[in-house]
Design a protein around this ligand. Sequence first.
Ligand SMILES: *[C@@H]1O[C@H](CO)[C@@H](O)[C@H](O)[C@H]1NC(C)=O
Ligand SMILES: *[C@@H]1O[C@H](CO)[C@@H](O)[C@H](O)[C@H]1NC(C)=O
Ligand SMILES: *[C@@H]1O[C@H](CO)[C@@H](O)[C@H](O)[C@H]1NC(C)=O
Ligand SMILES: *[C@@H]1O[C@H](CO)[C@@H](O)[C@H](O)[C@H]1NC(C)=O
Length: 358
Amino acid sequence: MRKVGGWIWLLLAMSLMSSVIGGAEVPAMFVFGDSLVDPGNNNNLTTLAKANYKPNGVDFPEGVTGRFCNGGTVADHLGFRMGLPLIPPYNNPNTVGSKILQGVNYASAASGILNETGTLFGQLFPLDEQIQNFGKTLEELNSLLGGDVGDYLKNSLYFVCVGNNDYLNNYLLPLSNKPKKYTPETFADLLLHHFNRQLKDLYNLGGRKFLITGLGPLGCIPEQIGNSGNTSSCVESTNHLASVFNSKLKAMLDQLNIDLDGSYFLYWDTYSSTLDVITNYSSYGFKYQHKACCGAGRAKGQIICLPVLPLKCHDRRDFVFWDPYHPTDAFNVIASRLAYQGNLQHSFPRNVQELIES
Ligand SMILES: *[C@@H]1O[C@H](CO)[C@@H](O)[C@H](O)[C@H]1NC(C)=O
Ligand SMILES: *[C@@H]1O[C@H](CO)[C@@H](O)[C@H](O)[C@H]1NC(C)=O
Ligand SMILES: *[C@@H]1O[C@H](CO)[C@@H](O)[C@H](O)[C@H]1NC(C)=O
Ligand SMILES: *[C@@H]1O[C@H](CO)[C@@H](O)[C@H](O)[C@H]1NC(C)=O
């Protein structure tokens, strides 16, 4: 790269500038997944898995939206880094017309790869239904953009954050028969069998640039820690489940990169990067790495964040976790930075910035 002539650098600089001045670095971002990225798609469903009440949104300019966070989700902050506005929720009657041009978010709290995951709480959009909903958006985009959406879809980012609930709200449920039927390995295989087909569905609908999160260190969330005997260490057996899934997922994405022409599947290692923040929390500016800000019981992880609970954490930036399951806005800012411009320890085989520039 150093050897190219000065005029090429000038052209590069000009095209970078025009993309920045013209707005975002990508035409659009389409988001799929669970409550870690849900902007309020469950608000209007019959379910316990919704967050459209205070103190959620306490630090968010838009206030209460249905996000399970004091502020923005990791999808919101990643979008900001790419110059995008907040991506609107699919399941809102206002998400029509020009509002869908920079992307739509289909994520649904409690949902997973499997249709049955999370249904204990009520209605939701499982990943397959989210992909169907994306198909409906495509019809609208076709008429808005005049039929030629190929390049628009190829250059857009598809962000998929799913799988956590297939463990927390399925495999690990107290009455689940899954651990008797499946080992950690065979359960991960079952999930990835479906996930592989689902990602191919998105590819066949026109997607090329994918950012896929692995599972976080699920044994370190306040819900797991609070319900275990020891509030100062993560639950290793749960972390093991996540690690098994992640190593198989990474191999699967490597294979999809080979098999699907022109595709870029980026694996985001949220396990190592989150564990790094939790372990080295003070160097990231946090005071509490295991205890939630809003919740109750041990590690404030045994009862979900509810409007009746007094919010005693005045500085939310001191906490890695907002509630028993979800990180704070402060954490999401750090995580999106690591994914966007981080090194290969955080995402593989490149970072998001390189992905969208490719
Ligand atoms: C909620 O659902 C009702 C009935 O299905 C609909 O009329 C209304 O527009 C929906 N509101 C939102 C915010 O989704
Ligand atoms: C979910 O249900 C739909 C409709 O019955 C089906 O087409 C799809 O394959 C199911 N997905 C999974 C992961 O089992
Ligand atoms: C709790 O975990 C910490 C850190 O791993 C360990 O040092 C401590 O001995 C554990 N306490 C109990 C009661 O197991
Ligand atoms: C914590 O930081 C140290 C020093 O940067 C690093 O060597 C270590 O791997 C980090 N811990 C985790 C769990 O990432």
